[in-house]
Design a protein around this ligand. Structure first.
Ligand code: C2E
Ligand code: MG
Ligand code: MG
Length: 726
């Protein structure tokens, strides 16, 4: 039966069991009239009234609505009940013996606030001052007697709804507090109408504000930002507030206590009113210093941080002239070779190990090691007196790096070059210091045995000359400054001439003869090598065809081909054109490719080598032993010849290790069915040793230096002999 609320009031008492101070279950036969709001479990309501009839009637009405009911006859009994087990709501009369409603209300409020325990007071009908007093003492609401059942139920449900909303709000507030405590980000919330800004404790700590009560107003927080970044922050903010960007996001620097700064990412979104006017902007502040200034691979400081440290040193040492500081620029020799032939994973691991090796020998208080990019590292050393101190540190580093590195189950010998610059802070800029250290490093790599050079001004002039060389090389062909010379390759069985390797020369109008080791790398880096290589190819074929025509002989010309030519599309066309133009037989042309180049992109190489083979051109592997060949690929490459690098041949006499290497290279060549050329033979003993190993071809100064084309023809006709050195 669904009771009709509208007709039930306190004047119509009903028979219900009465319980005092106890919980009792509702009458299960009674059905709720309506469901306004239902919590998962039944709610308990405490009815406090000295009139038995009222207690009974209300109890019944509430049980019918599926509430549990507890009753108390006066204020003090009610307090006891609340103390023992908090009900969900209290419905309390005002006038009661022993302890009246107001007093009980105040005492309950000391235990629970309105959001925890709603208390509805039952007042005499429309007695205004009673109502006011109820609220003064902390009542949640009131009901005027005689109590109408629907009004009572509605008011009770309203209290429960309010309570749920409040607890949801409290939960969400707690969640927000927990989240902002748990996050490493700072939180900010700016009321654009009042100018007030809330900054979370983390925000303040991140920017170094000690006072947790510090309250900036309006845009004054921007004054904390590093001065160079303030303008950008303002304009990014302006762009977002004026609706030009979806969100505000800017990177800024916050000065730290050490005179440096930390990088922050500041993000926020504005809240707008219906007219689109921003009223509030809130967001986060994240410290991104780590990612900004640390190198991702080695975790060392990166170039940005290194430059910053050098800059600070310049400022510091300007004021402390008695001591100086030095910058070491370190480059790993032949890193590209390792990376290209062993793969990037090995390359990465190798760099990590190098960085650890470099770091292990440094006193952290005086030196900063950074990765400047690729295979380049920088070390900043403070507080030195003489340049020799810095050189001494460089020597120690070279010593440490000598022991082989274990990289991905391989043993790799690392070699590094170190440029040293001892800084005079009075006319120094960071760029200049790093550039000079780099120049000295380049010098160390090219001209020294110990791999260490101290910067001198003349080095700058040399590198300027190198730049100029690059631009002059562009006109070298047109100005007829390039030429070819040819070095014979001798058959070891009868010492006859098998062919010639063509080697390029540049006759510079001022510098004189420039060796290929100096200008080929420049031509490779500026792309000129394509044009130069094609010129070499054509000239070599023309010469070889001429020799064979005149001498009625069958010599082969070997042409060096560089990386860029192989990766260009045109190599095959160029080879075909050169053969057609010169009428040289394809089998009289051999292309030499260095080992490192072959292994750079082995799969592509195999394809090009097969195409060359298809047109009848022979290919050989040059400078073997200096790269990191993969046997799996070597097997698939249609090569004919393997040239042992000069460095192994030149050390043959006194190095057992080199003898072993040469023996194993020859054994490898046999298994790959390749003929072997030993290059760089300068002594009879080297020749004898190699002859003993059945090496098929010799090339070296012992037989002939590279000679001019006409000398080569003469050798073909009359047998080899030392010609004019070119
Ligand atoms: P490479 O192809 O290994 O050439 C052999 C180099 O060793 C030549 O130096 C040659 O003069 C030198 N050499 C030969 N026998 C001896 C010897 O007994 N003792 C010593 N100490 N050296 C010997 P060169 O002409 O200075 O060429 C150096 C490198 O320049 C070549 O090494 C090659 O990689 C490159 N190169 C030369 N010409 C060209 C070219 O036309 N195109 C390309 N891409 N590279 C070239
Ligand atoms: Mg060669
Ligand atoms: Mg070679």
């Amino acid at each position: 039966m669904i009771p009709d609320r509208s007709q039930t009031d306190l004047t119509a008492p009903q028979q219900v069991p009465i319980y005092s101070g106890d919980l009792f279950d509702p009458d299960t036969s009674a059905q709720p009239s309506a469901v306004f709001f239902r919590a998962e479990s039944q709610r308990t309501i405490l009815i406090v009234d000295d009139e038995r009839v009222t207690r009974e009637l209300l109890s019944h009405q509430l049980q019918v609505e599926n509430f549990k009911v507890v009753t108390a006859v006066d204020g003090s009994q009610a307090i006891n009940i609340v103390n023992q087990s908090k009900p969900d709501l209290v419905l309390m009369d005002i006038g009661m013996p022993i302890l009246d409603g107001y007093t009980a209300l105040r005492m309950m409020r000391q235990l629970y606030d309105g959001s925890e325990l709603p208390i509805i007071m039952m007042t005499s009908n429309s007695v205004e001052d009673q109502i006011a007093k109820c609220f003064d003492n902390g009542a949640s609401d009131y009901l005027a007697k005689p109590i109408q059942r629907p009004t009572m139920i509605a008011r009770i449900e309203a209290q429960f709804k309010l309570g749920s909303a409040l607890s949801a709000l409290r939960e969400s507030e707690q969640r927000y507090v927990l989240a902002s405590q748990g996050t490493r980000d700072g939180i900010w919330d700016w009321n654009l109408n009042t100018g007030e800004i809330y900054l979370s404790p983390r925000w303040l700590a991140m920017v170094g504000v000690d006072d947790p009560n510090w309250k900036p107003h309006g845009t004054s927080w921007i004054d904390l930002v590093f001065h160079e970044d303030r303008e950008r922050v303002r304009s990014d903010l302006e762009a977002h507030l004026s609706g030009n960007t979806d969100h505000f996001e800017t990177e800024l620097r916050m000065p730290d206590q050490d005179g440096g700064f930390r990088w922050m990412l500041c993000r926020a979104v504005a809240v707008r009113d219906p007219l689109g006017i921003p009223t509030r902007i809130a967001g986060s502040l994240t410290d991104i210093t780590e990612g900004k200034v640390a190198d991702a691979l080695t975790r060392l400081p990166n170039r940005v941080l290194f430059s910053d440290r050098v800059e600070r040193c310049v400022e510091h040492y300007k004021r402390n002239a008695s001591r100086r500081f030095a910058v070491l620029y370190i480059d790993v020799n032949d890193f590209k070779l390792i990376n290209d032939s062993l793969g990037h994973d090995v390359g990465d691991e190798f760099l990590i190990q190098i960085s650890e090796r470099l770091n292990s020998g440094l006193r952290k208080s005086e030196a900063v090691l950074a990765r400047l990019g690729g295979d380049e590292f920088g070390i900043l050393i403070e507080g030195i007196t003489h340049v020799e101190d810095a050189v001494h540190i460089a020597e120690r580093i070279q010593e440490r790096i000598k022991a082989p590195l274990q990289v991905c189950r391989r043993e790799i010998l690392a070699r590094i070059s170190i440029g040293v610059v001892c800084v005079n802070p009075n006319n120094a800029s960071v760029d200049k210091i790093i550039r000079e250290a780099d120049t000295a490093m380049y010098h160390a790599k090219k001209y020294t045995d110990n791999g260490i050079s101290v910067f001198e001004n003349r080095m700058q002039a040399e590198s300027a000359a190198k730049l100029e060389m690059a631009s002059e090389l562009k006109d070298a062909i047109r100005r007829d400054e390039l030429s070819l010379c040819f070095q014979p390759i001798i058959r070891t069985n009868d010492m006859s001439i098998a062919g010639f390797e063509s080697l390029i020369r540049w006759q510079h109008p001022i510098l004189g003869k420039v060796p290929p080791s100096e200008f080929i790398p420049i031509a490779e880096s500026n792309g000129m090598i394509i044009e130069i290589g094609n010129w070499v190819l054509r000239q070599s074929c023309l010469q070889a065809a001429r020799w064979n025509r005149i001498s009625k002989n069958d010599v082969i010309v070997s042409v060096n081909v560089s990386v860029r030519q192989f990766s260009g599309e045109d190599l095959l066309d160029q080879v075909a054109d050169a053969l057609t133009e010169s009428e040289l037989r394809p089998d009289q042309l051999k292309l030499e490719v260095t080992e490192s180049l072959l292994m750079e992109k082995p799969e592509e190489m195999i394809e090009v080598l097969n195409q060359l083979k298809a047109i009848g051109v022979t290919t050989g592997i040059d400078d073997f032993g200096t790269g990191y060949s993969s046997l799996a690929y070597l097997h698939q490459m249609p090569l004919k010849v393997l040239k042992i690098d000069r460095s192994f041949v030149s050390n043959l006499a006194d190095s057992k290790k080199h003898q072993a290497i040469v023996r194993s290279i020859i054994a490898l060549a046999r298994s790959l069915e390749l003929k072997v050329i030993a290059e760089g033979i300068e002594s009879e003993s080297q020749a004898a040793y190699l002859q003993g190993l059945q090496c098929e071809y010799f090339q070296g100064f012992l037989y002939s230096h590279p000679v001019e084309a006409d000398n080569a023809l003469e050798m073909i006709e009359n047998g080899w002999r030392e010609g004019t050195q070119v």
